[in-house]
Write a protein that binds this ligand. Sequence first.
Ligand SMILES: Cc1cc2nc3c(=O)[nH]c(=O)nc-3n(C[C@H](O)[C@H](O)[C@H](O)COP(=O)(O)OP(=O)(O)OC[C@H]3O[C@@H](n4cnc5c(N)ncnc54)[C@H](O)[C@@H]3O)c2cc1C
Length: 542
Amino acid sequence: MLRISQIRLRPGEPVRGLRGRIARMLKENESEIQNVKIVKESIDARNKMDLRFVYTADFDVKNPERILRKARKLHANVTPAPDNAYAAPLSGYEGTDRYDGPRPVVIGTGPCGMFAGLVLAEAGLKPLILERGKPVEERSRDVEHFWETGELDAGSNVQFGEGGAGTFSDGKLTTGISDPRIAKVNEEFVEAGASDTILYRHMPHIGTDVLREVVKRIRQKTESLGGTICFGRKVTGLRTGQGRLTGLELEDGSVLDCSCAVLAAGNSARDTFEMLYASGIGMIAKPFSAGVRIEHPQELINYAQYGEVNDSEGRLSAATYKLSFHCRDSGRGVYTFCMCPGGYVIAAASEAGGEVTNGMSRFARDGANANSALLVSVSPEDCVRETGEDHPLAGMIFQRQLERAAFELGGGSYYAPAETVGHFLGHPDTAPSVEPTYRPGVRWASVRDCLPSFITDSMEEALPQMARRLRGFDLDGAVMTAVETRSSSPVRILRDEDMQSVSLRGLYPCGEGAGYAGGIMSSAVDGIKAAEKIIEKLAEQK
Ligand SMILES: Cc1cc2nc3c(=O)[nH]c(=O)nc-3n(C[C@H](O)[C@H](O)[C@H](O)COP(=O)(O)OP(=O)(O)OC[C@H]3O[C@@H](n4cnc5c(N)ncnc54)[C@H](O)[C@@H]3O)c2cc1C
């Protein structure tokens, strides 16, 4: 196949015209161009008067050498299509039931654990996957109950349960990493029911409505390949001998013999962090961020990004944005994160007495509001100062402190403190321009009362500056909902180049909670890498 890039279509031009466009770019008959497959789609909105969709596509021709020579003369961007097929290392047990060695264990069914489990199952190694929460169907009911009533189930919520933290999300798959395993993750998601647009969109997303079905189907596939998934199984302790993992203690008092475990517990597993720290597992504090969710009318964001565009084909989806700013004096970074177009601000708590926000969207991204986290960088030194604790878990304690302050300010029933941007910036009579989407509800307050001044001062400085890049971002009636604390892990669990804990052989700390990923895609990729290491080790020992 060949690959051609820089095919530019107007929003009104149908995508089915791509084949003809490629033929014209190469001065060929349309019949010469076969099997056109879009591999990348992005929007060039730099000139709002002339907004374009930009495509890269693969296609077949009878004589690729001739077309490559011709493309060079025509200055068309055509290259041989790279082969991105993913291949895991071989265990020798693929597709068989023969493996009867110790079963590798995976702790957690978030993106990291889910993909580690799947790849181990594909290798025929019959992984045992332990998840503290519930299957997604039951979990969804618990989460809905919490959003309706404010009654939190600390064992089954937006952070804990099948699919991990990303299940109630926008399912954005954007990532800063570049890795051949990304193709594997995307293909598995599509096979499990995600839209195939995730294979080529510049900013792909699955949507929470689709994700709930996707994680269930990946579970079923893993089971069909010999994996076992056990829900309601929280790992509460480690058994060790001569620097090696020998077993896992479970909450029900049982002990599981285990010499190899992928630890993919996510960044909300605070009791697990505490257990690991008390067990002497090497870890350090790492920087993270904290702030609020900010909510605008989606129409305002669409107008700021697209202008008055003719979208007769209805191909433009709700617009997104990504903003960042460096505070002049403090040098602190302020940035928007996890933007959810047409989405909802959600209650994402997992601890009694602590209130947390996050965001999600359905695949259609058809809600009236846009939301995004507005975050300020927090260093390990900030955490020591704010908590008076000087150890690797100080960041976790600081997060908890903020969540408790927000809980109190919200009235103590998981209502979130919320404030208009105008009020926050000193215009007391500002009315909200959006209906806040956070459930069970918001309580109007000053978010300064639950966040330290180094965070609120930074947000105050950044808001008008960000509005210079995205008109209306500092809209007086935009709503800020506190607090957003779980955007990344406050610790890193140290591991060697083999991905094993520096303190304990056989324990593979992975994913976001261990401090090696930030988001669905990078967590999934980290999980696959750990599975590969385990497969390679086993193949060596054979
Ligand atoms: C509401 C929300 C929206 C988000 N939106 C996006 C988005 O659009 N795009 C994106 O890229 N990222 C998003 N994220 C972040 C993303 O979900 C995480 O980066 C990702 O899920 C991390 O994957 P993980 O597998 O490392 O950990 P997690 O997904 O946190 O999974 C950890 C799992 O381990 C289980 N567990 C924890 N402790 C134990 C234990 N002791 N024993 C057994 N099981 C245990 C937990 O129950 C959980 O299921 C969002 C997060 C949230 C909360």
